[in-house]
Design a protein around this ligand. Structure first.
Ligand code: SF4
Length: 95
């Protein structure tokens, strides 16, 4: 499957997550708090992805919610990355 050029992916740096759950409020289809109290991304089957740095695609209808999550994340640890060129469009490393 080839990715659209405007397709976005998102990952969380759990080392910095405060566990406040803001991202889960914004986009529960994408983010979930695990029993360890930290947030993880989910794939499109709703499966929690727990490998460090693992990315999931951002559903088209949730792009704004996911970008807002990254901008307001208290831990500054949500990274939204453009699939095509790996440029971070929202998050601590965004321009
Ligand atoms: S908003 Fe950020 S700090 Fe808060 S739970 Fe989500 S990833 Fe963790």
């Amino acid at each position: 499957m080839s990715a659209d050029t405007d397709e976005l992916q998102v990952w969380i740096d759990q080392d910095l997550c405060t566990g406040d759950g803001l991202c889960v409020q914004y986009a529960p289809e994408v983010f979930e708090l695990d029993i360890d109290g930290l947030a993880y991304v989910k794939n499109d089957s709703g499966e929690l992805l727990q490998n460090p740095g693992i990315r999931t695609f951002v559903p088209k209808n949730l792009v704004l919610e996911v970008i807002d999550s990254a901008k307001e994340c208290p831990g500054d640890c949500i990274h939204v990355v453009r699939s095509a060129d790996d440029v971070e469009v929202a998050g601590p490393e965004a321009a």
